[in-house]
Design a protein around this ligand. Structure first.
Ligand SMILES: Nc1nc2c(c(=O)[nH]1)N[C@H]1C(S)=C(S)[C@@H](COP(=O)(O)O)O[C@H]1N2
Ligand SMILES: [Mo]
Length: 205
């Protein structure tokens, strides 16, 4: 059964108001279209496979943990949320960076719709290629943290994370999960693929 996307509460609104503090102080730079990295210079980085061959017919985003409306969300449901286009820089620890145009919905808007408990410490992501990462709640509520389904004006290409990635311009590249299958709101520290191998968990830019 599909969960329903709506409803807000004053308690959650207070939490988002406190997230304003974060918004005012730390916005990642944004760029003009003329500054976008040419697509043939936009690297693909994966620890294993570039395309885990997600079947869109079967794909849903599983939402679990401390949320009022857990369950399976379709891409159509997520795409019906307010959209935001951002030109931001992706920085990989392996020594490359690139400026891209990403379209999606603020993650905080989605968290609001699913009734996430924003007092929880973390949001954890599981990907189709078994990659994973997790972020602090303040970053999840940051206005530039985006559920992304379009890149450079097109459907997100498979090698860049089809059907959905989470774009976090305030974090290093490895904390931007591609091919996301599950999102969990939790107080439990669940680390991530590279984090478990010693990469700094916070890794802000
Ligand atoms: N599912 C998944 N997401 C991932 C990775 C991965 O291997 N699998 N690699 C990370 C790393 S290290 C980087 S730099 C970026 C690369 O994103 P891009 O291939 O879209 O440029 O994806 C991140 N997200
Ligand atoms: Mo990376």
């Amino acid at each position: 059964m599909l969960a329903v996307l709506d409803v807000s509460s004053p308690a959650l609104a207070r939490n988002w108001a406190s997230a304003e503090w974060f918004r005012r102080r730390q916005l990642a730079p944004t760029f003009a279209d003329s500054e976008l990295t040419p697509l043939d210079k936009f690297y693909v980085n994966t620890y294993d496979v570039d395309d885990p061959e997600v079947d869109l017919e079967k794909w849903t985003l599983t939402v679990s943990g401390d949320v009022k409306r857990p369950g399976e969300y379709t891409l159509a449901q997520i795409q019906s949320l307010p959209k935001l286009i951002q030109n931001t820089r992706h920085i990989c620890v392996e020594g490359w960076s690139a400026i891209g145009k990403w379209t999606g919905t603020p993650l905080r808007e989605f968290l609001r719709r699913v009734g996430a408990d924003t007092r929880a410490k973390y949001v954890w992501f599981r990907c189709a290629d078994t990659y994973s990462t997790s972020i602090d709640m303040a970053t999840a509520l940051h206005p530039q943290t985006q559920i992304t389904f379009r890149f450079a004006g097109d459907i997100l290409p498979r090698k860049y994370g089809f059907p959905m990635k989470v774009r976090i311009p305030t974090k290093l590249g490895f904390k931007n999960p591609k091919h996301v299958m599950e999102l969990a709101v939790t107080d439990k520290y669940l680390g991530g693929y590279w984090e478990d191998q010693g990469y700094n968990w916070f890794s802000g830019v």
